[in-house]
Design a protein around this ligand. Structure first.
Ligand code: FAD
Ligand code: NAI
Length: 325
């Protein structure tokens, strides 16, 4: 059975790795320069910067076992950041006992490890699909990428909807998956400071505050040393400023940071990144994954399973199980 997987993020990689282990013929396509998706660290001369996922936790037993495997192989490391939270706009200590992981040396490392033995085509945006009732044909810029017995979409909801217009016309039930936006945006900004304003490595935002997260990158293995602070704006703020340009977002990030420290800052913004599809809309239902045998079609991804890295992995693994039945 030949299977095409669109998307080499955690969900697509987990699905591909399971299927290849079962002897299936799998080809993965991703439009990015490398695998990882939203688990993405930007390489800079001073080290990596995590612009997307910041860390991940493991609650499910199977994912915990997977994390142990990655730990032994050196693909991930434990992050023991000193934690704080905002309380009425004031930074207060907030330590806990949770175990948190980061990719090593970059966030995409565990995804790359899953895809080690998989046929992967990066830099390849799939922009058209055709289904003849038995086989799917994939196209990129008018060029056929081949025909496959099964198709898996492991991409964010809004991008899947664009590709699936034809399948939706064959099976209007699929429409319900796209009735509500599953993923909300997030602006990420990296700020370089002369010295650390706080004795912490990660700060959780609070409801109503424009910032949802701040993290000192140098506290993670392989990341930029020095005072590089990665800021995430909340979903509400990011939605409001979705079409703003980077210079405006940079200014707002410095203002928000200055308000938190309460003193003039010697700070410079080095990167601004807009994630259009970032974090789970809490109102979106959990499907786990979706498999439609009559269409030889599967969908996986964090957006179908409650967001988070762990849930993306679980969604991909669950879909692989369905495809092997
Ligand atoms: P993705 O990672 O989005 O993978 C989809 C892939 O599909 C991408 O590589 C993309 O390039 C590719 N693609 C899309 N369309 C096409 C196409 N037409 N053709 C070819 N390829 C295509 N989770 C946590 O657990 N902890 C965190 O701290 C955390 N923080 C986050 C912070 C931010 C700013 C963001 C954006 C996300 C964060 N997350 C966090 C969520 C986590 O990153 C995701 O849950 C997880 O990485 C999603 O994996 P996925 O495989 O479902 O999707
Ligand atoms: P987790 O268990 O560390 O955090 C879950 C939530 O619990 C946090 O968002 C925070 O509100 C709270 N929390 C945890 N520890 C805390 C502490 N010591 N002090 C104060 N509050 C604390 O991790 P989990 O469940 O694996 O979630 C991953 C993280 O990824 C979350 O912080 C989530 O918000 C974030 N995320 C961000 C996205 C974005 O686009 N910015 C997208 C997806 C996830």
């Amino acid at each position: 059975m030949s299977i095409a997987i669109i998307g080499a993020g955690m969900a697509g990689a987990a699905c591909a790795s399971r299927l290849v282990r079962q002897g299936q013929q799998v080809t993965v396509f991703d439009k990015g320069r490398s695998a990882g998706g939203r688990m993405s660290s930007k390489r800079t001369v001073q080290g990596y910067l995590d612009l997307g996922a910041q860390y991940f936790t493991a609650r499910d037993a199977a994912f915990m076992a997977q994390c142990q495997h990655w730990l032994r192989a050196g693909n991930i490391a434990q992050w023991q950041g000193r934690l704080a939270r905002l309380d009425n706009g004031i930074v207060v200590a907030s330590p806990d006992e949770s175990v948190r992981f980061v990719g090593a040396p970059s966030m995409q490392a565990p995804v790359a490890a899953l895809l080690h033995a998989v046929s992967l085509h990066t830099g390849c945006q799939v922009d058209q699909l055709a289904f003849d009732g038995k086989r799917w044909q994939l196209f990129s810029a008018g060029v056929s990428l081949g025909q496959f017995n099964h198709l898996v979409l492991a991409i964010p909801q809004q991008q899947a909807e664009q590709l699936l217009q034809y399948a939706i016309s064959l099976n209007p039930e699929l429409n319900q998956l796209f009735a509500t936006p599953a993923l909300l945006p997030c602006w990420a900004v990296n700020v370089t400071l002369a010295h650390s304003p706080w004795p912490y490595d990660g700060i959780f935002g609070e409801t109503g505050h424009p910032l949802s997260w701040l993290a000192r990158q140098g506290s993670k293995p392989g990341r930029c040393q020095g005072e590089h602070w990665l800021l995430h704006f909340s979903a509400a703020f990011s939605q409001q400023y979705l079409e703003a340009d980077s210079s405006e977002i940079a200014k707002l990030a410095l203002q928000a940071l200055q308000q938190l420290t309460g003193e003039p800052l010697s700070a410079k913004v080095s990167h601004c990144h807009r994630w259009r599809y970032a974090q789970q809309n809490p109102a979106f239902p959990h499907y786990g994954m979706v498999y439609r045998p009559e269409l030889a079609l599967g969908l996986a991804g964090d957006w179908l399973n409650g967001g988070r890295v762990e849930n993306a992995w679980l969604s991909g693994v669950q879909l692989a199980r369905e495809l092997q039945r």
